[in-house]
Design a protein around this ligand. Structure first.
Ligand SMILES: O=P(O)(O)O[C@H]1[C@H](O)[C@@H](O)[C@H](O)[C@@H](O)[C@@H]1O
Ligand SMILES: [Mg+2]
Ligand SMILES: [Mg+2]
Length: 280
């Protein structure tokens, strides 16, 4: 049976590769680039983020003129952020902008594509590592064409957990983030890591390198593609409170299996943040 979204997915892979070249060309000069800030002094954006997002959206508009978009830098420029039932490209042009600015080598282009609010395919290109992660709903997840499978570990005490500190440094938020982290470390788990890119953290879960990843404060463009890559690699997704994942809630927990996910959810202070689709 023909897959009606295959040509869109092929286009996303080609665009991610093209965007990756733009990022690679710029990374050496990233420190010379004007670094601007958005929601806080540590929420960074560069001209390369904006250039890559424009490149992707312009090309998709030419090929699929009826499709919709949620793009990180377009939303920052005032576009609405609403996930509808229409075919929608959900784009993070550089996931890991802080890494990009500092030449820390985990930088990704993340492209998710949803229809009826369900992610149909996800593409995450870790461009400095030249690793192309892809997933098509119902057809598995791959890295450079090699099938991905989550870790078999069931005991969270034998696990590595990925998380990030995020870009909100309000003292109350920092306290909550650290109190969760203290509980997770004290389970005790084998270790805690963070790549500095939500999309890459999710691909690490899908690859079996880490058992789980959680974060509060991410956005739909950080996790749309990665969420499908995790589930197609056999993993589970949920809200940090153990409920159902809501892509717009800015909270995510991805794990290799239900038992690790549920144990982790019990340790997290699941505070709420303003939703991506909150009326502005
Ligand atoms: O802003 P970018 O680099 O697209 O995305 C990052 C988030 O800003 C940050 O809050 C989060 O911790 C990080 O994982 C994410 O990738
Ligand atoms: Mg991001
Ligand atoms: Mg980004």
């Amino acid at each position: 049976m023909t897959d009606i979204w295959q040509s869109a997915m092929d286009h996303a892979v080609a665009l991610a590769r093209k965007a990756g070249q733009v990022v690679r060309d710029a990374v050496g000069d990233a420190q010379k680039e004007a670094v601007m800030v958005k929601s806080s002094s540590i929420d960074l954006v560069t001209q390369t983020d904006q250039k890559v997002e424009k490149l992707i959206i312009q090309s998709v508009k030419e090929k699929f003129p009826t499709h919709c978009f949620i793009g990180e830098e377009s939303v920052a420029a005032g576009e609405v952020c609403v996930l509808t039932d229409s075919p929608t490209w959900i784009i993070d042009p550089i996931d890991g902008t802080t890494n990009f600015v500092h030449t820390f080598p985990f930088v990704a282009i993340s492209i998710g594509f949803s229809v009826n609010k369900q992610v149909e395919f996800g593409v995450v290109y870790s461009c400095l590592q030249d690793q192309m992660y892809t997933a098509r709903r119902g057809k598995g997840a791959f890295c450079n064409g090699r099938p991905l499978r989550v870790s078999h570990e069931k005991d969270i005490r034998q696990a590595i957990i990925a998380t990030e500190f995020g870009s909100n440094r309000d003292p109350g938020v920092v306290d909550k983030v650290f109190s969760s982290l203290k509980r997770v470390v004290s389970i005790p788990v084998h270790g805690v890591r963070g790549a500095g890119s939500a999309a890459i953290n999710m691909c690490l879960v899908a690859s079996g390198c880490v058992e789980a990843y959680y974060e509060i404060g991410i956005h739909v463009w950080d996790i749309a593609a990665g969420s499908l890559i995790v589930s197609e690699a056999g993993g589970v997704l949920m809200d940090v409170d153990g409920g159902l994942l809501d892509l717009m809630s800015r909270r995510v927990l991805a794990a290799n299996n239900q038992s690790v996910a549920e144990h982790l959810a019990k340790e997290i202070d699941a505070f709420r943040v303003r939703r991506d689709d909150a009326a502005s």
